[in-house]
Design a protein around this ligand. Sequence first.
Ligand code: PEP
Ligand code: MG
Length: 546
Amino acid sequence: MKRYVGKGVFAAAAYGRIKILESSKIPVAETKAENTEKEKKRFENAKSEAISQLQEIYEKALEETGEENAQIFSIHMMLLEDEDFNDAVIDNIQSMKVSADYAVYKAGEDFSHLFSSMDDPYMKARCADIIDISQRLVKILSGVSVEDDCPVTTDEKVIICAEDLTPSETVNLDKNKVAAFVTVYGSSNSHTAILARNMNIPAVIGIGNDFFKEIKDGDFAVCDGSTGEVFVNPDEKTVGLMEDKQRKDAERLRLLQELKGKESITLDGRKIKLFANIGSVSGVSAVIENDADGIGLFRSEFLYLEGKDYPGEEEQFSAYKKVLEDMKGKKVIIRTLDIGADKQVDYFNLKKEENPALGNRAVRLCLSRPELFRTQLRALYRASVYGNLGIMFPMITSVWEVEKILNFCSLVKKELENEGSRFDENIEIGIMIETPAAAIISDRLAKYVDFFSVGTNDLTQYTLACDRQNSDIEDFCNPHHEAVMRLIKTACDNAHKNGIWIGICGELAGDTTVTEEFLKMGIDELSVSPSYVLKLRDKIRRIRLG
Ligand code: PEP
Ligand code: MG
């Protein structure tokens, strides 16, 4: 038996025989082509074919894994139409006098290198998407069937092992034949990891090259997505333990479904608002599917990250209105723009900073660019009549910031009133407690707002002086640290002394090892990723506060 460890993506156990998926990436040699017009036409035809293939995959993904995952393939369709990508291909054909196959291949390689050199982990992870679309085009141009990508022919379920998987490869695999995924590379932000998580298939990524060199097709293996462990040719005891784990996982999942429609209430009757976090309009379906009581954090950045230019008031208004309508009167807390630090957008033309996490980000940026802030606030207020909206402001450190923000809100409301536009007068206004400063002066801040929401991701980073992006110091970046917990307790006490409610929307909200401690502090709301809602409800319903 040999044990390997990677990063678990979906916490469930699986076992089966290994099926190695060799990279289906076709390298393309530089072939000269004098007739550039003909090559451009071939490229256009291949693009049309790729779009119709992607439309089919989109529908398959929609049926099997839901709207949010299917969106990946809409993004691929958009990438195919991307002006920069198209210009690069045409330019390669024209200036290098090469075949459309090579022009596409080269553009794909160039763009993927560009993405992989970016600091932002989200952009880094887009590398696989670019390779995916350029390979689709190359295969169409060279007449290779895309079906050849999914060669699982056995009846028994297998553990798919690959250096990396593209989103198309992941979704094209017959789900009924896949016990688990194991990849040498890949990050937890990659679309493949997201797909695996949402398809409820255990996955271990980043297992390392040794694993790939040492395994062979048909080896028996067990894979534990919760610990990231993979055992190849395991002994009987390990198989037994894993079978046991698998039985328990399946039973736990079944039991959790029974909690839908039930209250999030402790054994001694304390009700907790159990909300969910989303990052796009399509995320609402998962919130409803998992029966969350509302949305505790809607990261509005996606509107800015997806486009090539600032999203206008109408675009934002439609997005917020849709979420509010879909949530049918349940609370929706939308956080205003949190750009800067790890979330960079080219068209913002932000100045290069020595310490971006301590720089011009989030509300600081909004206050220094009033027009940007005004547009978002106008869209939010106008959308407020379509549901139960709360607005939350990130990265607060001082009372003057809150005063200035509230001033902005008053000006926007006046403007809308003068124009005769409707808005809800009773929107709850909240701030994030994600800096030690905000927690320490929370007694004063509480006088200005209706609620607090603790962002434990940033609160941990700023309290412990640990860059949350730096995986080398993960051991030092401990959200359970006494200092972090004491700051949360301070904010909680100050919120209640001033008659406002307090929630937690950082990752720690979903950590069931500290749920009891949070409830004992008096935390009123927990907002977690949709897939954690039922697990957390189960935990809350087993707690007796005494
Ligand atoms: C946080 O900091 O905990 C938080 C919820 O915000 P984000 O992760 O988007 O910075
Ligand atoms: Mg934050």
